[in-house]
Design a protein around this ligand. Structure first.
Ligand code: AMP
Length: 254
């Protein structure tokens, strides 16, 4: 059985118990609407640790667009079913008041990497991400925490934050899991219409092609995508596009 923990005090109390003595804790933070991408992180976490913790918290402060927050899929019953199936020990499932007693007056700001790629198109997004992840890491106090390479910029920022603030937590990147047609799995994929979903497969295909960033951008636009950016950085190519109301991101090693 996966035990659901809703408050910080409950978790702190539990952590003091004998069952946690000398045990390695692995942690996978998520926003729910779980899919096989999340599950791959969860399986790695279970394999590498004695105790596994998954959090589900749709973090309001990282949504720069209120409509995006409202539309974000929420599938709690199904998520819990999956966590039980994979034998996750604990689900941390807090409300916004538990996480933001300060009303987001205190924030983590990064000045370089968070300002480019997705950061340039989603003002404040990474402030929200870094702030919530620091809070979650401080609450759970895991030995290891797992993040997907699908959100590579996010992983790099979190890794950098942990080093900058001397957190004694191993940040472990996990490879991106794709659908059969190459589209990176994402909770937002269910928001695509049937036609949009078909069209979406062109994004990973072109991103991984030999073409230049400019060529990829123009081909995607011809197909009907709105392109935020296609850009190379540190041996990877990053992209972010919109299809209708849905924003998709991905990156590939070059
Ligand atoms: P989210 O619920 O979208 O905030 O994602 C929670 C974690 O799962 C993050 O570390 C993501 O990078 C990771 N993740 C989401 N989708 C995938 C995927 N397709 N492959 C691997 N990891 C993923």
């Amino acid at each position: 059985m996966t035990k659901i923990i809703k408050t910080i005090s409950e978790w702190k109390q539990l952590k003091k118990s004998n069952a946690f003595k000398e045990k390695k804790i692995g942690f996978v933070p998520t926003m729910g609407a779980l899919h096989s991408g999340h599950i791959s992180l969860i399986e790695t976490c279970i394999n590498e640790n004695d105790i596994s913790v998954v959090s589900i918290f749709v973090n309001p402060t990282q949504f720069n667009d209120l409509k995006d927050l409202e539309r974000y899929p929420r599938t709690f019953e199904n998520d819990l079913h999956l966590l039980e199936k994979f034998k996750v020990d604990f689900l941390f499932y807090p409300g916004a008041k538990e996480i933001y007693p300060d009303n987001f007056k205190y924030r983590v700001v990064e000045d370089e990497l968070s300002k480019i790629l997705c950061g340039a198109f989603r003002p404040g997004h990474f402030e929200g991400v870094l702030t919530v992840v620091l809070k979650l890491l401080n609450i759970i106090q895991p030995d290891r925490a797992y993040f997907g390479e699908k959100d590579y910029q996010q992983y790099k920022l979190i890794d950098g934050m942990c080093k900058a603030f001397f957190l004694d937590i191993e940040i472990i990147p996990c490879p991106t899991i794709h659908e059969e047609d190459g589209l990176a799995m994402s909770s937002r994929n269910v928001l695509l219409t049937k036609e949009e979903r078909k069209l979406a497969a062109n994004f990973p295909r072109l991103l991984a092609s030999e073409k230049s960033a400019e060529e990829i951008k123009s081909e995607l636009e011809k197909l009907g995508f709105k392109v935020d950016y296609i850009a190379g950085l540190e041996g990877r190519r990053f992209g972010a596009v919109h299809i209708g109301k849905v924003r998709l991101i991905d990156n590939v090693e070059l």
